[in-house]
Design a binder for this molecule. Sequence first.
Ligand code: GPV
Length: 795
Amino acid sequence: MVGFTDEIGRYLETKFGNSIDEASERQVYQALMVKTRDKLSEKRFDYNKKLKDSKQKQAFYMSMEFLVGRTLRNNLFNLGLEKEVKDYLEKNGFTLDKIYDIEPDPGLGNGGLGRLASCYMDALTSQDYPMTGFSILYEFGIFKQVIHDGWQQEYPDNWLDLGSYGLAYRSDEEVEIKFYGSTREEWTDKGLKITHNDYTSVIAEPYDLLISGYHSEAVNTLRLWRAKANKGFNMKLFEKGEYARSVESDVIAESISKLLYPADDNDTGKALRIKQQYFFTSASLQQIVRNHYATYSTLDNLAEKVVIHINDTHPAMCIPELMRILLDEYEYSWEDAWNIVTKTFAYTNHTIMAEALEKWSVDLFKPILPRIYSIIAEINNRFCEWCKRIGALSELETMSIIHNNMIKMANLCIVSSYNVNGVSKLHSDILVEDTFKSFNRIYPGKFNNVTNGIAHRRWIAQSNPELTSYLNDLLKVDFVKDLSKIEKLYDYKDDRSVIEDLEKIKLLKKAQLSKYIKESTGINVDNESIFDVQVKRLHEYKRQLLNALHIVYLYRKIKFDGLRPVPRTFIFGAKASSGYAMAKNIIKFICTLSEMIEADPVVRNYVKVVFLEDYRVTLAEKIIPAANVSEQISQAGKEASGTGNMKLMLNGALTLGTMDGANVEIHEAVGDKNIFIFGLSTPEVNELIKNGYRPIDYYRSSSEIRDTLEFIRTINLNGSNFNNIVDYLINSDPYMCLADFHSYVEKQKEVENTYLDKNKWGSMSLVNIAKAGIFSADRSTEEYAKNIWNIDIVK
Ligand code: GPV
């Protein structure tokens, strides 16, 4: 058998006419990408055959975002080829890590939701579950962030130029998608027949990214659809003299898969977004139905063989699209079609924030998707009728799918899915007790919880090989295969020598990060200082501002009151949505603090602020292993789960957080002694809102708050001031930074004092690593597979 590295050599010879010793790094990169993809294709052939023969049920995961991260290392690692490739390259004068660095980070997502989708694909595949992901092949992923003079600037992320080698184009599986036009109703002997006329047609081309499992047989597919104009369709219109309409297809196709909307946890309400959502859900549904029909010659058993998962409401148009296909193309009656649809879909909610619950104006929606609109309206009519019959009329104001001329996508998902889940215990409780209370009453048992999880193979085994190899030697269990086994580390929680070893590894990871910080920002940081990390999207509810207020507090105390705290490096990474002015202001504020502190000969010995630009998966892999403190300080009740908190814990960082999202479960796992919890709880936040939160009262009654805020008014660096932020906090402060300020500052002091006791800190850190097993995406996805999807592994 020809070895993998022989194939690399042969590719270089035939493609570039070079032997490996004459090849460039760029050529070696291409050879590795292409040959890894081929290897996965071969493997997939066997897997697919088994899957087809078994005729078992399969899961399809619909998501507008898959934040894939670099693929080459993940694939080589999972295929067990990394060592062989590394040695081969070294022998020929190449460093594998440098080759990895050539790969663009496919940023086909914004943050947590998109990364979760990718973690789940990795985990399901590693466990041999049959799952296909569907999304859009965005030409430009999440923008590249450049910080210029403290301000965020956005640049296009042209990832496809070097990133496309991993993709397989499947021209044989193109499908047609229809927009605009009008519907016509006609009574025939078979009943009401609906036709869609004068539409504009676009083609969806499939590109497959093959996902490898870790030491598993499965190779699953992430199918990414790319839009192109329908040339044949245009030609016909042209011949008929409809010139303007003949170019419409080009215009729509040109824009649909152009770029990822950079808004996270926020509803953008734009026509292009509707088109993107329909484009990829229609393409995916058409393919699922077509394949199913080809196998079974009927769709009656669709729900027995297929489960379609909707990742938040962004792919909700799947639901009316399946109705459309069943009604209009396969001539099912409404009742029969609805019976299939309501057994096929499961929906995950990822937010309770009002501004993120998607709503579409009927006036915008209906002209773009006339048939889909008419189906949604009919689903709603029937739902409202049913509510009347069961005596739930008074609750229709909140439950109706169409209300005040707006289509509420979450309501559509709840009514049409057989299962709805939240992403952490707290979040799922809020869904049934508050956000979707009425629905829970009329659909008892429909709601449940699956706490999020992370692909631990990426987030420890690959990004922290030093820690992984140490733990492998110490524990002698295969925790890379099964993360629950890492709990064996708990036995060593009082073992000083193990604690010291872990501390050395942390120091090494901190030194690696310091080097990167120096290169990218010019700032020298002290490796012995506490590395305090807040990395996530920039959002007011996540309260980067509270973190910044504490930094200002420290600055004042050091400068004016002689405070000499344990040296600390505050590290931030965060992208702001391009239209989110306050978020951009907060970045500017943090960068200004960084500059101000660097210029102060005293303060800079105790505090450093580092804002690392362009936070993305690849950068997360550098920062997370080096963290001592994990800042998870959202206002209680607002962060659905968080997943960065899990990655940081697994790498030995201690959580400083509110009782929010999955922090609650981290607290439960490690116990009160191994975590720093502060701030108002969710019921306390609600109570305060009910009684009327007045931030100015906190400002008036606390001199620390007053001094901190008034000091911010005096900051004026290069012409920028932050009075707007101060006024906003005093007058509005929607996420209650002022209410939690004291409790946060006090907890920060406790963090500092604990850090001074190296042994205690080390033991706490060890416990966090040991107790991270339940946060593996293997556990989460197994819950989905068993409790919601009812699918088996491929044997
Ligand atoms: I809705 N989330 C996100 O990243 N983008 C979105 O559009 C929506 C939710 C996040 C939540 O904010 C996190 O709390 C959560 O951990 C993550 O989704 C995955 O569930």
